[in-house]
Design a protein around this ligand. Structure first.
Ligand SMILES: Cc1ncc(COP(=O)(O)OP(=O)(O)O)c(N)n1
Ligand SMILES: Cc1ncsc1CCOP(=O)(O)O
Ligand SMILES: [Mg+2]
Length: 364
């Protein structure tokens, strides 16, 4: 690290050394404080172990970069009462309209401070400047993860029923079934049909859009970002080998939902990093809808529930007889097909599962 006493050797104005130290000191404090506010929210407000750990990574990276500066001259240069900025404060800084506003303001504070550290560090040490730059990039992806998690947690109720349906025998019976599910106030309907030709599938998607528009039921298309775009769906669900979250978003545009299937805790963590709006977690139990060779089961549900607060839907063979096992490990959102689509009274099954998820009691 360059000796601060020799900063003027580089042709800097005589006042530069003290003003540089003041700037570095103030920006370091600003970055640490902004980061701490965000960390407090995800830790105490959200109980999100994963995001708290990710934020800690940035805090440690920042701390180790700051350690390259001697603390003493920075603190000696401090002149809080002589800081003209302390008396220039906008009214807006004293109030926040909600959590999202509070978080956004603190991410901005963090990023501005990191940029200032980076630019000023360029006068002293290029490597340190590059390290602040890496921290700033990390803060952008953390902002995406935190803000997406906060927004998605509000979009999907704490107890949610998500139903996967195929295109049915014909348009009329499909529409009648969708109406039943909408009446039962299921939270999400996913159209998942691997057999229909594209035009028929699009016609079903359009009919699903008509039935769900203006209701509390969201409409998701399985796999097909193109048909989701054309039909005006609320989002798309993709698997591990399909389009990525950012590829789906580039087709759908902003403001649409992207769900990702996850089969391990690492895949669940990656989906959060990728900015998914929700995850499917499974398969939990053997399914009559799709064949599987391996079942991460309720153990994976427990693991995800223990560290991730991005909405997660348990999927695979869930029905009223086993849903209590799902609720028992802390998952209150389920995605089901067969147990509802083959039921004599689908509305009653939806209601039974909802009750069980709300109370945690068995309901077979
Ligand atoms: C909510 C939800 N979770 C998981 C899946 C499975 O998606 P994927 O792994 O892509 O398998 P297919 O559904 O495409 O066979 C899902 N569809 N929905
Ligand atoms: C598509 C899919 N992916 C994992 S399980 C599953 C099917 C869910 O259907 P069911 O509830 O009938 O097991
Ligand atoms: Mg898929």
């Amino acid at each position: 690290m360059t000796d601060p006493d020799n900063l003027n050797d580089g042709g800097l104005p005589p006042t530069m050394d003290i003003s540089l130290w003041r700037t570095l000191d103030a920006s370091a404090n600003r970055a640490s404080e902004g980061l701490r506010v965000i960390e407090d929210y995800v830790r105490y407000g959200q109980n999100d172990v994963f995001l708290t750990t990710e934020l800690k990574t940035l805090r440690h990276q920042l701390d180790s970069t700051l350690q390259k500066f001697e603390r003493a001259p920075a603190i000696q240069s401090r002149d809080t009462f002589g800081d003209v900025g302390t008396s220039v404060q906008g009214k807006l800084e004293q109030t926040r309209s909600g959590w999202a506003d509070l978080l956004t303001a603190n991410f901005k504070r963090l990023q501005q401070a990191l940029r200032s550290l980076e630019e000023h560090a360029k006068l002293v040490d290029g490597e340190v400047a590059a390290s602040f730059e890496r921290g700033r990039y990390l803060s952008y992806s953390l902002e995406k993860m935190v803000m997406t998690t906060v927004a998605a947690s509000q979009l999907f109720p704490q107890v949610s029923i998500y139903v996967l349906i195929d295109g049915g025998d014909d348009g009329h019976s499909f529409d009648t079934f969708v109406a039943t599910l909408v009446d039962a106030e299921v939270d999400v309907i996913q159209l998942r049909d691997k057999k229909l030709d594209d035009r028929t599938l699009l016609a079903r998607a359009q009919s699903l859009r008509k039935r769900t528009a203006g209701t509390s039921t969201k409409m998701i298309l399985n796999d097909r970002a193109d048909l989701a775009k054309v039909s005006g769906a609320d989002g798309v669900h993709v698997g591990q080998e399909e389009l990525t979250v950012s590829q789906v978003r580039s087709v759908l545009g902003a403001g649409k939902l992207v769900g990702v299937s996850t089969h391990s805790i690492d895949q669940a963590r990656q989906a959060v990093r990728d900015g998914a709006d929700y995850i499917g977690i499974g398969p939990t139990f053997p399914s009559g809808t799709k064949n599987f060779e391996a079942f991460p089961g309720v153990e994976l549900l427990r693991e995800v529930a223990g560290e991730i607060t991005l909405p997660g839907f348990a999927i695979g063979g869930i029905d009223p007889s086993n849903i209590a096992e799902v609720a028992a490990v802390g998952i209150r959102r389920v995605a089901v097909a067969g147990s509802v689509t083959t039921a004599v009274d689908p509305g009653a099954v939806v209601q039974a599962m909802r009750t069980c998820l709300s109370t945690g009691s068995e309901n077979s």
